[in-house]
Design a binder for this molecule. Structure first.
Ligand code: SF4
Ligand code: SF4
Length: 374
């Protein structure tokens, strides 16, 4: 495993992080049952192979992820970093304290290494988090009490706002979306790193957007790359501004494969990156034929998030990363950054179609989207 200095935190972090958002489970009698034992085996194996950063959140795995992570890492707690999150709903310090206490209890630990303000945007930061005696003041207090080691944020907003939040100087690390298909945060990440923040890239590898079998994605590189997961992980780790690539792992095979990749220091060459960029741009053109995500068709009177539904449909249609698209589709309406409703809420009123500059058969495409992803 390779390790890097994690911003100004004083920690040497493994370049691969274990994301506990898609832990092994099975669906039985209308309920998702998570496999605690297999999850623990996977996390301990990842640690054995060098991973020292484990990321969870109160809402992952139907609310069980923190408990699973806490139990799995109990005996090696001092050797690993645990990151979890606070879903900011209000500007109340006591709500924040309750969230923190609940996470500490679920994780069965005395402290959290990286406590994130979860999925924030600039407006939330200014109007709810950094207000006098608000959540930020509360987490600083908790840090003094030793309940938190580092104050972090995860981010869903325009890239320039990531920079503004980082420049506010209140956070030590950031967890941000960055992968082969989504580079929107690239410059912002570089600036945040310059400011001394630790950078964790989310959604980049096995089990994530690019971890599903896709010949199209694999064909992007001529290197001896054996899977999409490898290409995706190598791409992220080639960026010197990323300290740790977070992979949501669901199987032991993914743990083994990702750790093996993170073990070998094989950055992609400039030529390979260029070839990948050209191919991604080509695929983007293809995706735009279906939907450019311009949003002119919205708002829908029934709150269907048409552009988001079609983006996910394109993940299936263009990039063939269907499992990821299905998993994301399931979360529409569940998180602030997945607003609106899924395609099943379309009543076929037709109001949106006259507003689409592409003249897309939105109703028909929504039906198809739900039948494939729903
Ligand atoms: S056709 Fe469906 S998606 Fe379009 S506006 Fe009507 S309900 Fe919304
Ligand atoms: S108006 Fe058309 S192209 Fe634009 S987001 Fe809606 S469906 Fe997609």
């Amino acid at each position: 495993m390779q390790y890097v200095k994690f911003g100004n935190t004083g920690i040497e972090v493994s370049v691969l992080g274990f994301g506990a958002m898609r832990l092994p489970s099975e669906y039985k009698r209308g309920k998702t049952l998570f496999d605690y034992e297999e999850s623990a085996r996977m996390m301990l194996r990842a640690h054995e192979l060098g991973v020292n950063y484990f990321d969870t959140a109160p809402g992952y795995c139907d609310g069980e992820s923190e408990i699973i992570v806490g139990r799995a890492l109990k005996n090696i707690r001092g050797k690993v970093c645990i990151a979890t999150k606070y879903p900011v709903k209000s500007d109340s310090a006591s709500d924040c304290r309750r969230g923190l206490e609940k996470s500490l209890k679920q994780l069965d630990t005395d402290y959290i290494d990286f406590y994130h303000m979860w999925g924030i945007d600039l407006d939330t930061y200014e109007s709810k988090i950094s207000v006098p005696n608000g959540p930020l003041a509360e987490v600083r207090k908790a840090k003094e009490e030793g309940l938190i080691r580092h104050i972090s944020f995860s981010f869903h907003d325009d890239a320039e706002n990531l920079v503004k939040i980082a420049e506010a100087g209140q956070f030590e690390t950031v967890l941000a979306q960055y992968n082969l298909l989504d580079r929107s945060n690239e410059k912002a990440i570089a600036r945040a790193r310059e400011l001394g923040l630790g950078i964790v890239a989310m959604g980049p590898v096995g089990g994530g957007r690019l971890g599903e079998p896709s010949e199209k994605i694999r064909a992007l590189s001529s290197k001896n790359i054996t899977s999409n997961a490898e290409l995706a992980l190598r791409f992220v780790l080639t960026n010197p501004n990323v300290h740790c690539a977070l992979s949501g792992m669901s199987t032991m095979a993914q743990v083994e494969e990702n750790c093996l990749i993170a073990d070998r220091n094989e950055a992609l060459t400039e030529k390979e990156i260029e070839a990948i960029n050209a191919s991604v741009a080509e695929n983007k053109k293809l995706a735009n034929l279906y939907c450019t995500e311009c949003g002119y068709c919205m708002p829908c009177p029934h709150e269907v998030n048409i552009a988001l539904c079609f983006r996910l449909m394109n993940y299936h249609r263009i990039y063939e990363i269907t499992d990821y698209a299905r998993a994301e589709y399931k979360t529409i309406g569940k998180f602030e950054w997945m607003p609106g409703k899924d395609a099943s809420h379309c009543t076929e009123c037709g109001e949106c179609e006259s507003k689409c500059p592409q003249k897309l058969a939105i109703r028909e495409q929504l039906r198809e989207t739900h039948s494939v992803l729903g």
